[in-house]
Design a protein around this ligand. Structure first.
Ligand SMILES: Cc1ncc(COP(=O)(O)O)c(C=O)c1O
Length: 382
């Protein structure tokens, strides 16, 4: 049996989710825009899912816009909101640890003449609320801050930032893709205007997510060509995927406190075990303001890629703090933003627990890792 510790990359689909999707695939084939009975049944399924997402996040069902995942939700939030501006390019505020699906549209906007302020994080991976607010100018059209980082799990002070940004009368977006389903994202007390999430990060299917757009905030659709989702997103709805997202949100709502503490206990067992068994390690990012399931560790002198492959051969899936780009190993931009050196970033691994992980598996990892680190260190010096 393999041990999967890469739940920040994607999660296994829960049986309850797969069952709900199966029912839709087999019997609810209608087009949710059709006015006949088959269409109405598909629309009812989407509306049930909409209510479930809204209930988890404490928003109105009308605020939920289904998308093809968080990448699309982030692109819609940034490009769709700013496309309706008539005054020409303005100014945006964000952080230097955003996901590429926020970064890339921002770079596109920069090429179109927009000015982007990227507030730097500290060594713990967090931005200062005051620094974000201080970056706002009269030209600022949007502030976008990731809720929890995908590589480190570090949580940003989104609640405080959202309130301060609201006081300045500027729209606020947060990419909450990693947070939803792992920590409470209760928007009844957080004045977020736009929020992105993805089903496959909370035991739902891939290729579906949503953008929460509150209080009737206006934006241009980025997928043109249909009246779906109240003219905010063209394209026939992925009814099965949407139903799966709905069930995943319902499960998250019921299980959240228990789920968070179970993940935290497993993650802490892993970290304590590593500290006891492996010399020369260092935890990347805040140990306090962090998702309960995430652990990012630097193994001094060991190449993360070698370690990752050695673990894979042992049947254990983790992720490295580096990405392979055009044949070379690029260190993680997030770890570099936190002041780590390229070597330190290349020697880091992300381990993220989730559904199906138990203590026995953590202990199995702890049993093999010291030797693998030793070997990776030797291999990295030759
Ligand atoms: C923080 C964050 N935002 C956005 C995305 C993109 O989500 P999707 O795979 O649904 O497009 C991811 C997925 O890796 C993520 O971790």
């Amino acid at each position: 049996m393999r041990i999967y510790l890469d739940h920040n990359a994607t999660t296994p689909v829960r049986p309850e989710v797969a069952d709900a999707m199966d029912v839709v695939q087999r019997s609810l084939f209608g087009n949710a825009s059709s006015v006949h009975e088959e269409g109405a049944a598909a629309k009812a399924e989407c509306d049930r899912a909409r209510a479930r997402v809204a209930s988890l996040l404490r928003v109105e069902p009308a605020d939920v816009l289904f998308t093809g995942g968080a990448t699309e939700a982030n692109n819609t939030a940034l490009l769709g909101l700013l496309a309706q501006r008539t005054e020409g390019p303005g100014h945006l505020v964000t952080t230097n640890v955003e996901h590429p699906s926020v970064d890339a549209p921002l770079e596109w906007l920069e090429r179109a003449g927009w000015c982007v302020t990227r507030v730097p994080v500290d060594a713990e991976g967090r931005v200062e609320e005051d620094a974000v607010v201080a970056a706002i100018t009269p030209e600022t059209a949007l502030v976008s801050v990731i809720w929890a980082n995908n590589e480190t799990g570090v949580l940003q002070p989104v609640e405080a930032i959202a309130a301060a940004v609201r006081d300045h009368g500027v729209p606020f977006h947060s990419d909450a893709t990693q947070a939803v389903g792992k920590v409470s994202v209760d928007l009844s007390s957080v004045p977020v205007d736009l929020l992105s999430l993805s089903a496959h990060k909370l035991n739902g299917p891939k290729g579906v997510g949503c953008l929460i757009a509150r209080g009737g905030i206006a934006f241009e659709p980025i997928l043109l060509g249909g009246p779906q989702e109240r003219r905010r997103r063209g394209g026939t709805e992925n009814v099965a995927g949407i139903a799966g997202l709905g069930v995943a949100c319902e499960l998250a709502e019921h299980e959240l406190p228990e789920r968070s503490s179970r993940y935290r206990a497993l993650r802490d067992r892993l970290w304590e075990g590593l500290q006891a068994k492996v010399p020369g390690i260092r935890r990347n990012g805040s140990a306090v303001f962090v998702l309960p399931n995430s652990l990012n560790v630097e193994f001094e002198g060991a190449a993360g890629e070698i370690l990752l492959q050695a673990l894979d051969l042992e049947g254990i899936a983790v992720s490295s703090g580096a990405a392979c780009a055009s044949g070379t190993i690029e260190p993680s931009q997030v770890l570099l933003a936190m002041g780590r050196s390229p070597e330190a970033a290349r020697g880091s691994l992300r381990m993220s627990v989730g559904y199906g992980v138990d203590e026995v598996q953590i202990d199995q990892l702890l049993a093999v890792l010291p030797d693998l680190v030793e070997r990776a260190r030797r291999a990295s010096t030759v």
